[in-house]
Design a protein around this ligand. Structure first.
Ligand SMILES: Cc1ncc(C[n+]2csc(CCOP(=O)(O)OP(=O)(O)O)c2C)c(N)n1
Ligand SMILES: [Mg+2]
Length: 338
C-alpha cells in the first residue's frame, strides 16, 4: 500500500448542464464501462488475446476531456485507449473486431487492443510504447501549425511517461515552437506496479511541465464535470494563444494494470476507498439529486450501452481473419522485378 496517497472525498456539486447533455456524458461513461467489462470477459474466453489494459475507474478523464474538444482535433493516446477511441468516434464494432484480431477491426486486425487507430476520426493511436505518443502529438501539432489548420492535438498519457526521455523532448519542442498541443496526463498514481514516488524525483507533475515554460492545471479526474471544465478552458487557451498546455488529470484505475497483474503493490482497502469516488455512480447520484435523471432513464441508457456492446461482439465474432497470403503486405516493400 502506498501510505502517501490520501483519498479525497467523492466528487459532489452542481452539474451545470442541461438534461440532454448531462445524459450524453453519462451514456459515454457507461458505453466505455460496459464495453470493457465485456472485453475482460472475452479475454477469459480467449476471444481477445495478447495484452489488454482496462480503463475501468478512469472513464471521467477521457469523457470529460473529449466532450470538451472538437471533431477536427487530433487525439493521441496510450495502450489504455479503448475509451478514447470510442469517444473520438471509432465505432464500437470496429474496436471490438480489432481486439478480436479480425480484419474488420479499425487497424485491420493487425494492432489489437493496444494499437487502435482511425485516421478518419483523427484518432492517431493507440501507442504501446510508454511516452511514445508525446512526440507524435508534437508532430501532428507542428503539421497543423505549418499548414495553418485550425485544430489542436490532445495527447493522453500516464504519469509513468513523465520519467521517459520522450516526455522531455516533446515538452521542450512543443513549448519552444509554440505548438497547439494539449498534454493530458492521466495520473492514476501507478505505472504498472510502481507508485509515482518510487520512480520520479519530482512528484509534482505540474511543476515538471511548468519547467518547460508551459501553463498547467490540475483537476480531479474522478469528476467528469471538473475535467470537462478544465479541459475546455485549457483548450481555449491553446486555440486562442497558439501555445501548448499541460493538464494533470488525477484518476485511479479500479482493475489491474493489465490482465497479467497480481496487484501486489497496493492494498485492496485503497482500491475500495477509491471506488467510493467512482466516476459513474457519483455522477449518476448528482444527476438524480438535481432532477436531471430518473432511475428509469438510467436503466434505459445502460440497456442502450449493453445493446451496443452485444452488437459489437456479434460483429467481431462474424468477422474474418486476414488470409495468410496478405500477412506481409505493408510490412515489407514489394520486391521490384528487374
Ligand atoms: C518505453 C517503455 N518502457 C516500458 C514499457 C512497459 N510498460 C508498459 S505500461 C507501463 C507503465 C506505464 O504507466 P503509466 O504511464 O502511468 O500509464 P498507466 O498504465 O498507469 O495508464 C510500462 C512500464 C513500455 N511499454 N514502454
Ligand atoms: Mg499510471
Amino acid at each position: 500500500m502506498n501510505q502517501d496517497i490520501e483519498v479525497p472525498p467523492p466528487p459532489t456539486g452542481h452539474v451545470p448542464w442541461d438534461k440532454a447533455f448531462a445524459q450524453i456524458v453519462l451514456s459515454d461513461m457507461l458505453r466505455i464501462r460496459r464495453m470493457e467489462e465485456k472485453a475482460a470477459e472475452l479475454y477469459g474466453e480467449q476471444k481477445i488475446r495478447g495484452f489488454l489494459h482496462l480503463y475501468i475507474g478512469e472513464e471521467a478523464a477521457a469523457t470529460g476531456a473529449l466532450r470538451a474538444l472538437q471533431p477536427e482535433d487530433n487525439i493521441v493516446a496510450t495502450y489504455r485507449e479503448h475509451g478514447h477511441a470510442l469517444l473520438s468516434g471509432v465505432a464500437m464494432s470496429r474496436i471490438m473486431a480489432e481486439m478480436f484480431g479480425k480484419q474488420e477491426g479499425c487497424s485491420r486486425g493487425r494492432g489489437g487492443s493496444m494499437h487502435l487507430f482511425d485516421r478518419a476520426t483523427r484518432f492517431y493511436g493507440g501507442n504501446a510504447i510508454v511516452g511514445g505518443g508525446l512526440p507524435l502529438a508534437a508532430g501532428l501539432a507542428l503539421a497543423d501549425k505549418m499548414g495553418k489548420r485550425q485544430a489542436l492535438t490532445a495527447c493522453f498519457f500516464g504519469e509513468g511517461a513523465m520519467a521517459e526521455g520522450a516526455f522531455h523532448e516533446a515538452m521542450n519542442l512543443a513549448a519552444l515552437w509554440q505548438l497547439p498541443v494539449l498534454y493530458c496526463c492521466e495520473n492514476n498514481l501507478y505505472a504498472m506496479g510502481t507508485a509515482l514516488a518510487r520512480a520520479e524525483s519530482q512528484t509534482d507533475l505540474c511543476a515538471k511541465a511548468a519547467s518547460y515554460g508551459m501553463a498547467t492545471v490540475q483537476v480531479d479526474g474522478m469528476d467528469v464535470v471538473a475535467v470537462f471544465e478544465a479541459v475546455q478552458r485549457a483548450a481555449q487557451q491553446v486555440r486562442e494563444q497558439g501555445v501548448p498546455m499541460f493538464v494533470e488529470i488525477r484518476t485511479y484505475r479500479f482493475r489491474a494494470h493489465s490482465m497479467f497483474d497480481p496487484e501486489l503493490y497496493r492494498d485492496k482497502q485503497e482500491v475500495e476507498q477509491w471506488k467510493t469516488r467512482g466516476p459513474i455512480h457519483t455522477y449518476t447520484a448528482r444527476l438524480k439529486a438535481q432532477g436531471l435523471l430518473t432511475e428509469t432513464e438510467f436503466l434505459a441508457l445502460d440497456a442502450q450501452a449493453q445493446a451496443e456492446v452485444d452488437a459489437a461482439v456479434a460483429f467481431a465474432d462474424a468477422g474474418t481473419w486476414e488470409p495468410i497470403e496478405t500477412l506481409l503486405h505493408d510490412v515489407t516493400t514489394p520486391q521490384e522485378t528487374a
